[in-house]
Design a protein around this ligand. Sequence first.
Ligand SMILES: Cc1cc2nc3c(=O)[nH]c(=O)nc-3n(C[C@H](O)[C@H](O)[C@H](O)COP(=O)(O)OP(=O)(O)OC[C@H]3O[C@@H](n4cnc5c(N)ncnc54)[C@H](O)[C@@H]3O)c2cc1C
Length: 384
Amino acid sequence: MTSVWDTAERTALREMVTSFTEKELVPHLSAWEDAGEIPRDVHQRAAEVGLLGIGFPEELGGSGGNIADAAVMTEAVMSAGGSTGLLAGLFTHGIAIPHIIDSGNADLIDRYVRPTLAGQRIGSLGITEPGGGSNVAGITTKAIRDGDDFVVNGAKTFITSGVRADFVTTAVRTGRDGFGGISLLVIDKGLPGFTVARPLRKMGWHCSDTAELNFDNVRVPAANVVGEVDGGFVLVMQQFVNERLSLATQAYATAQRATDLAVAYARERETFGKPLITRQVIRHKLVEMTRKTAAARALTRLAIERAVEGSTTDPAIILDAVMAKNQSVEACEWVVSEAVQIFGGMGYMRESEIDRHYRDARILGIGGGATEVLNDLAAKLLGF
Ligand SMILES: Cc1cc2nc3c(=O)[nH]c(=O)nc-3n(C[C@H](O)[C@H](O)[C@H](O)COP(=O)(O)OP(=O)(O)OC[C@H]3O[C@@H](n4cnc5c(N)ncnc54)[C@H](O)[C@@H]3O)c2cc1C
């Protein structure tokens, strides 16, 4: 029986993404890792073949499909030798524009969503601040209404694609303390007082530029508010289900790639006169890697299928996404570590692909809700 993950359309999608990744992305990945960013023209080429628009409505310039199609794309990029850093840098719009689409604001959609899906603009999402990221309700970047503008003061940090971004969908405090006083404001690069303080150097995700942003009396038109003033927290929370499912997918897809690389190496590498794979301890390790990856994939795919059918505000769907992310990240961290072990010294070398996956994987349990924070949320949702 054909599963929903292997329909004719999704098989064609897998083939298209695999071909694009092999031809246009993987040959340049090392150079982009060294450069610390992905060239802008890659966004345009990815848009031309329909890659950037996967999971976004066709009437807005997307390619159609839903988060299951986006997951198929992630699986294909990873199995073809891509990386989660590449996904983070090339698909930052996956976290930067959905709130704008949900708001239905035609002007903002024309100015930010369409050109981004066409690969002409790059967007970021600015929530985390130097004072903290886990507690979104505690953000302090202030936006005070003055005539037709908001005047913004504050700073954001660890912002993916923040160095290159033309605009940042930014969480700002427009009202009282707590979650009820937060709005989302689209802030254009180049506005007086908006500076990219510094590109940040990281453990992994080297090809994905990450920035600290400063706002010093930046005047932003009130027309750039996404949704309702003081209604930003709900918009941010609604997108967390998709972001967490996307990170869960990146985690099991990384684990699958790491397992595949380890199996190939264990077949070819000889120690004490025999291939590694002839050793029972190595075969059992590979079996465990395969099992944990399969379990993570199954749970995440189930959560995705339910999210496609349901609503991202349904507590059961929120719980599914939280459980899938934590399960998948746990599997991924264990699998990439065992894969490096199987590669021995070569696994520690920058020239080996597994070294990159090992470093890249470490962020998955921190971004989009740290594991502990998600467990806390799960405890509430489960009534514990
Ligand atoms: C490479 C990278 C890219 C990123 N991209 C973006 C982006 O594009 N946009 C953006 O807004 N942010 C981005 N972030 C920020 C990311 O979302 C935050 O790092 C994350 O939310 C955690 O916030 P924090 O780092 O301030 O950690 P803190 O909130 O200070 O927490 C530190 C640690 O404490 C633990 N912890 C926190 N709260 C609790 C609790 N209640 N109970 C128990 N333990 C707890 C967790 O282990 C957590 O990792 C990025 C981060 C990185 C590293």
